[in-house]
Design a protein around this ligand. Structure first.
Ligand code: ADP
Ligand code: ADP
Length: 228
């Protein structure tokens, strides 16, 4: 689903954020991406989302090399990638339903299908009963689940999360991870960037570790540096 082949990213001003990174993630695989602040996690996610381009090497998504993607094709490719952010980026001037419907509205899905798909997504995150509320009235964990429903409403084969539990306590964080695990069980490839080692250790999944832009670890949790 995702493949990095000798990927190097050097930002203007010469800073090398990623250095010869190689890995592949399969359909239905769930993995963590970890490393200290500044290690290159966000840069790696941005390369997958086509928000940045590699300086050298290749990024493939769904078997397709992104290298020569024309600018006008980028929105189409992004539609197949669900993204969950730490600060969920919900709009507080509309309902939960309307927040989740947004990605469908921009792609011109008919209203009847929108209603069905939004409810299917809200059902998966356990928030069907709250569809008419304003997200302001929800707890932090619920707001993050709305963000996840919005990320999956298009049924993307690939789900990326950047510090999705940064503002949540351990119990709620675990709940969010269980949700991601369920998506991976139905075939979605899930990549979660986090520096929350305790959370990763509880999950028994593959861990990709970046340090100073290099992939220094790739394996089960037990092989992770600093794991106890
Ligand atoms: P992480 O997400 O692991 O904290 P980032 O990918 O955000 O790491 O950053 C990796 C390195 O690249 C950092 O040293 C950061 O300062 C640098 N960097 C990130 N974005 C840019 C940019 N747009 N221009 C220049 N340097 C950047
Ligand atoms: P429909 O296909 O009729 O819209 P659903 O939206 O309920 O029905 O989804 C059908 C099945 O597809 C469910 O079992 C769901 O878990 C699974 N599925 C596959 N890919 C995804 C995805 N990216 N996000 C959410 N569910 C998905």
């Amino acid at each position: 689903m995702i493949e990095f082949q000798h990927v190097t990213k050097r930002y203007e001003g010469q800073f090398t954020a990623l250095r010869d990174v190689n890995f592949a993630l399969e359909r239905g695989e769930m993995a963590f991406l970890t490393g200290h602040s500044g290690a290159g996690k966000s840069t790696l996610l941005k390369l997958i989302m086509l928000m940045e381009r590699p300086t050298a090497g290749q990024v493939l998504v769904g078997g397709q090399a992104l290298e020569h993607t024309p600018r006008r094709r980028i929105p189409y490719i992004r539609r197949h990638i669900g993204v969950v952010f730490q600060n969920h980026q919900l709009l507080f001037d509309r309902t939960v339903f309307d927040n989740v419907a947004m990605p469908l509205e921009v792609t011109g899905v008919p209203p009847r299908d929108i209603a069905r798909r939004v409810r299917a997504a809200l059902d998966k995150v356990g928030l069907l009963k709250k569809e008419q509320l304003n997200p302001v009235s929800l707890s932090g964990g619920e707001q993050q689940r709305v963000g996840i429903a919005r990320a999956v409403v298009n049924k993307p084969p690939l789900l990326l999360a950047d510090e999705p539990t940064g503002n949540l306590d351990p119990a709620l964080s675990t709940e969010i991870m269980e949700l991601f695990r369920e998506f991976s069980r139905v075939g979605v490839c899930v990549l979660v960037a986090t520096h929350d080692i305790d959370l990763i250790e509880g999950m028994e999944r593959r861990v990709l570790t970046l340090s100073e832009g290099q992939l220094t670890g790739d394996g089960p949790v037990s092989t992770m540096e600093g794991a106890h």
